[in-house]
Design a protein around this ligand. Structure first.
Ligand code: ATP
Length: 233
């Protein structure tokens, strides 16, 4: 579904991704794990073509998207939810969702407001509240819900559990599992192993802009060196 091969990305002269390769199969949830500054956000932005890819290719459903403008990448079915929640604070939850609405995609059931409120019951309760009145976790959920209104086939989530209350983290886990149940393909970045383990089928560990491990959680557990050397404890 989503394939990155040999990506090099630079910020100015500093190389941040070096030959990064990553594969997410259709319907799979993959966690991109790594320490602060390992290159997780850069990877997601590079996949979305929000940063220039100096070398390498990105394919979505077999079609090369390298170098395409991000709006086209979004239309091609890739949804991106940044770490900093991008919601309209003056608009209500309902209005925020309306802003995200896109034409239905062929072969994918279109998301409706009702469907999203069933996925995020917290948001249903705050449907007419302005974005600014929401908690951090609720804003994160609204940010995801708004992206889902674009009916993506594959979702990129940048640290969805970051800075949200534990009870909302549990809601987030439930929502991501349900999205997987709906057939969505998901790549999410994460710093913590427990959240990743709760939602993902497989894990890719990134350090200094390269993938140093890709496999199941069982395989990761069997390779304690990877955890010690490349993950925050
Ligand atoms: P975090 O958990 O802090 O979000 P991350 O794994 O997502 O970390 P990135 O944000 O991708 O890491 O950053 C990777 C490296 O690139 C870091 O060394 C960071 O300092 C550097 N970097 C990030 N953004 C820029 C930028 N706009 N200009 C220059 N360097 C940057």
């Amino acid at each position: 579904m989503l394939e990155a091969e040999g990506l090099d990305v630079f910020y100015g002269k500093a190389q941040v991704l070096s030959g990064l390769s990553l594969h997410v199969a259709r319907g799979e949830v993959v966690a991109l794990l790594g320490r602060n500054g390992a290159g997780k956000t850069t990877t997601l932005k590079a996949l979305m073509q929000m940063l220039p890819v100096a070398r390498g290719t990105v394919r979505l459903s077999g079609t090369e998207i390298t170098g395409a403008p991000p709006y086209r990448v979004a239309r091609a079915g890739l949804g991106y939810v940044p770490e900093e929640r991008r919601i309209f604070t003056q608009l209500t939850v309902r209005e925020n969702l309306e802003v995200g609405r896109q034409k239905p995609r062929e072969g994918v059931p279109a998301w409706t407001e009702e469907g999203l409120f069933a996925l995020f019951p917290n948001l249903a309760e705050r449907a007419d509240a302005p974005g600014r009145a929401l908690s951090g976790g609720e804003q994160q959920m609204l940010s995801i819900a708004r992206t889902l209104m674009g009916n993506p086939a594959c979702l990129l989530l940048d640290e969805p559990s970051e800075g949200i209350a534990p009870v909302i983290v549990a809601e987030m886990v439930r929502a991501i599992r349900r999205l997987k149940g709906e057939g969505l393909t998901i790549l999410l970045s994460e710093q913590t192993l427990p959240f990743a383990r709760a939602v993902a089928d497989r894990v890719a560990v990134i350090d200094h802009g390269r993938v140093v491990f890709e496999g199941t959680f069982d395989a990761l557990d069997a390779a304690p060196g990877i955890r010690a050397d490349h993950l925050a404890v």
